[in-house]
Design a protein around this ligand. Sequence first.
Ligand code: 3NM
Length: 212
Amino acid sequence: MKAQIKSLLKLYFIMGSQDCQRNPRDILLEAIQGGITCFQYREKGPHSLKGDQKIQLAKDLQFICQEYQIPFIVNDDVDLALRIKADGIHVGQDDSDIREVVNRCSGLMIGLSITSLEEALSSPFDSIDYIGVGPIYQTSTKIDAKTPIGLTGLTKIRKEVHDFPIVAIGGIHSGNLKDVFEAGADGGSFISAITAHPNGTHAAKQLYNATL
Ligand code: 3NM
């Protein structure tokens, strides 16, 4: 089970409409064709969609993921995840209470964001499937991102959580992805490395090649 989760985390693409200069459906399809292994719908922050528009985009992106058997994870919206029968839910420390998420989302893959060693150590490892650790590097994509923990912070967390699945986040691109793996991550997650690239397939292929 852990090995299966780890392989899904390898190239973990995150996106919401607010991250896109063009149609998110096209970007997702390109990224899948380039080799991403997992997708998280994160419709959040300034200029994000609300209500029915948010739900419709979720369904469209989920449909694309289903066609290619890519897990579709919803960020911080348990109601949406349950309503559309997503494959997973990802929450941050400040989002919904993790125990409530666990109670409501049995059968879904559950991810929890971790920004420090202390948070890592107090994670309910028995009830969740992976932790998202970061920010590793400086990022301008998330306005309220914490201070980067760097590769050394990531390695410290890896040592403490033993072989628990970790996906790293924050400022990751093809030029530093290998370092992130070497520091202990099972996968890298990224927004701008794909959404800011004119060709999502090329972007994802560059990321994939960086893992070889
Ligand atoms: N969460 P990019 S950093 C969504 O540290 C998000 O928890 C973070 O975007 C965290 O790949 C981040 O463009 C933004 O740096 C990641």
